[in-house]
Write a protein that binds this ligand. Structure first.
Ligand SMILES: CC(C)(COP(=O)(O)OP(=O)(O)OC[C@H]1O[C@@H](n2cnc3c(N)ncnc32)[C@H](O)[C@@H]1OP(=O)(O)O)[C@@H](O)C(=O)NCCC(=O)NCCS
Length: 230
């Protein structure tokens, strides 16, 4: 069955009024994580990411943003208590965030700001065949190419609810814009029969994003979050 996945994109630098409201919604656990961040900008962006997540999930479930209760799997993937079928996943990088929301099948989202990347780091992060393709890129295109691969792999890992401690060989993905984002090799031998779909998006200039979803025939709808857009 074809299902829609909504990806909400948002700026993390919000007004003082937004932040005051979002802070009032945070759980004790979120507030404790927030105060551990050293820089004010990071604390404010954490508040924005979690506040906007609560806003979207509140509109989706009809519950108040401050009463939503999250539980986490052993690797930290959050889900919503009392809403087993509602699947969502958050990603944030610098000043931009994305929240994917789906009904009844797991999703993972990742976005990254494109910054220069050391070849040694790329070699550690990518599978051998992904790295081989990267080494054919010019110096100028290499960071974008790397982050397309990296976000697709991370979206897969996040959809599966695993942690970053996964070996880069866990899957191979298509790295370029020309071809549809695709999983070339499944995420694990035990997942051979499982079908995953990948989507590519550009959340903002200088960023790349990827969405992974369990199943086939889904469509991705990209929306810019504003307090009244949902
Ligand atoms: C999840 C993970 C892959 C995200 O990587 P990242 O690029 O740094 O961060 P992103 O911005 O894309 O995503 C972070 C969000 O994903 C969600 N998330 C956390 N763990 C997740 C997981 N295992 N799978 C999917 N999503 C996860 C959370 O909403 C998190 O937001 P928060 O940190 O503000 O609460 C990475 O943090 C990781 O490997 N975590 C696992 C650590 C672990 O195994 N811990 C075990 C004890 S909890």
């Amino acid at each position: 069955m074809k299902s829609e996945i909504t990806v909400w994109i948002f700026e993390l630098d919000r007004t003082a009024a937004d932040l005051t409201e979002f802070n009032s919604w945070l759980s004790t656990d979120e507030a404790q994580r927030r105060v551990r961040l050293l820089r004010k900008q990071d604390r404010d962006r954490f508040t924005a990411a979690h506040g906007i997540t609560r806003h979207v999930l509140s509109k989706t479930t009809g519950e108040r943003p401050e009463t939503l209760a999250f539980i986490r799997n052993p690797h930290g993937k959050p889900s919503l208590k009392g809403h087993r079928h509602l699947e969502f996943n958050l990603s944030h990088s610098d000043g931009v965030g994305a929240l994917a929301v789906a009904n009844g099948f797991p999703v993972g989202v990742d976005l990254e700001r494109i910054v220069p990347i050391e070849p040694a780091v790329a070699e550690l992060a990518l599978s051998s065949s992904e790295y081989a393709e990267l080494s054919h890129c010019g110096e100028h295109e290499a960071p974008t190419h790397f982050y397309r691969c990296w976000t697709r792999k991370e979206a897969m890992i996040k959809a599966l609810g695993l942690g970053l401690a996964q070996p880069p060989e866990i899957c191979d993905v298509t790295p370029d814009f020309g071809r549809e984002p695709r999983l070339l090799r499944p995420a694990s031998e035990s997942d051979m029969s499982v079908i995953w779909e990948l989507f590519h998006f550009i959340p903002a200039a200088g960023y790349v994003g990827a969405l992974a979803a369990y199943g086939r025939g889904h469509s991705m709808v990209l929306n810019r979050w504003t307090p009244s857009a949902i």
